[in-house]
Design a protein. Structure first.
Length: 295
C-alpha cells in the first residue's frame, strides 16, 4: 500500500531524457527509484548531477524507494515495500535492515546524524516514528498527529510534515505540536510528499492542478497534478511546474530535483535553465522523490 498520491503519479515515470555533459567541483550524486529496463520491482540508482556515473545500486524482490542521504553523504536510507527501512553505502554495499514494518516509508536522516524519522502505517493513519541509524530505539512520537513525509529542522530539534492540508512543526522528542502553518493548495489527499528547505523558509509539494495541464505531458495523469512552492511564514503558495512529481532540495536550497515528463530534472527555484538527467533504460518511478547528496 502506498500513500494516495502515489498511484496517480506513477504515470509520470517514463523513459528518461538525456543529460547535459560536463562536470564540475560542485558535482553531487542523485539517488532515485526506477524500474530497471522497465521491469518490476523498482530499485535504486545513482547518477551524478552532471549526468555521469549512472549505476544501479540495489537489487532484490521487493521494490526499493524513498531514498534519503545521511548528513555526510556517504550512506543512503530507503524503504523496501513490504519489508521495512534499510541503509546502505552510496554504492549499494554494506546493506543493513533497520526496521521490519511492512508499511514503513519516507525515512529521513536528522542533520546531526543521530536519528532517522520515518512513517509507519498504524490502523488507517500514517504515524511519525524515529529510530537510531542502527535501527535501535524505534519508537512512535506519540503526540504527533497523522503525518506525511518528514523534514528535519537544521538543529535536529523539530520535524516538519504535512497533515490535513497544513504544515505542522513538532518536537522531535515526542511529537508535541509546536506550530501549524496554513498553506494554500496543500491538499490533504495529495500532499504527503511535501518537503521543507533546510533553512525552513520554503516548502515544495505536489497538489491538484487547477486548470489545464501541460500540453506536451503525454500522459493523462500528468494534467491532474503540479509541483507547488510555498513560503512557510506567510502560507502563500505558487505553481512551480505543472506535471512535476515530488521534489528534493539541492544542498544550497537554490534548486529542486524531481520527476518531470520523461526523466529527472534539476530546476532553479528562482527560475532559469533546467537540466535533464539521463537515466538510460531505467524507467523512473514518478511517485518517489529523488535524493540529492549533501555537499
Amino acid at each position: 500500500m502506498r500513500l494516495p498520491l502515489f498511484g496517480a503519479l506513477v504515470a509520470l515515470g517514463v523513459a528518461a531524457t538525456q543529460a547535459s555533459a560536463g562536470s564540475s567541483a560542485s558535482t553531487q550524486w542523485l539517488v532515485f527509484s526506477a524500474w530497471p529496463k522497465g521491469v518490476f520491482p523498482a530499485q535504486l540508482f545513482r547518477v551524478q548531477t552532471d549526468g555521469n556515473g549512472l549505476q544501479q545500486i540495489t537489487t532484490g524482490k521487493n521494490a526499493a524507494t524513498d531514498p534519503a542521504f545521511s548528513p555526510d553523504g556517504k550512506h543512503v536510507v530507503f524503504a523496501r515495500l513490504g519489508s521495512g527501512i534499510f541503509v546502505a553505502n552510496l554504492d549499494g554495499s554494506g546493506l543493513r535492515k533497520l526496521t521490519g514494518g511492512a508499511e514503513d516509508h519516507f525515512p529521513v536522516w536528522s542533520p546531526n546524524g543521530k536519528l532517522i524519522a520515518f512513517l509507519r502505517l498504524g490502523g488507517k493513519a500514517w504515524r511519525l516514528w524515529v529510530a537510531s541509524p542502527s535501527g535501535r530505539g524505534q519508537r512512535a512520537l506519540s503526540k504527533a498527529p497523522p503525518a506525511g513525509r518528514p523534514s528535519w529542522s537544521a538543529d535536529s530539534k523539530s520535524i516538519f510534515f504535512p497533515t490535513q492540508g497544513a504544515l505542522d512543526r513538532v518536537d522531535a522528542r515526542n511529537g508535541r505540536l509546536l506550530r501549524q502553518y496554513a498553506l494554500t493548495k496543500l491538499d490533504p489527499a495529495t500532499s504527503q510528499a511535501a518537503t521543507v528547505s533546510k533553512n525552513a523558509k520554503m516548502v515544495a509539494f505536489v497538489g491538484p492542478l487547477y486548470g489545464a495541464g501541460p500540453p506536451d505531458c503525454g500522459e493523462v495523469q500528468c494534467a491532474h497534478f503540479a509541483l507547488y512552492l510555498g513560503t512557510v511564514s506567510t502560507g502563500k503558495t505558487k505553481l512551480f511546474l505543472a506535471g512535476a512529481g515530488p521534489a528534493a532540495w539541492s544542498p544550497d536550497g537554490k534548486s529542486l530535483a524531481f520527476t518531470y515528463k520523461k526523466g529527472i530534472y534539476l530546476w532553479p527555484v528562482a527560475g532559469g535553465t533546467s537540466t535533464g538527467i539521463g537515466t538510460g533504460d531505467a524507467i523512473v518511478q514518478g511517485d518517489a522523490p529523488p535524493a540529492w547528496q549533501p555537499s
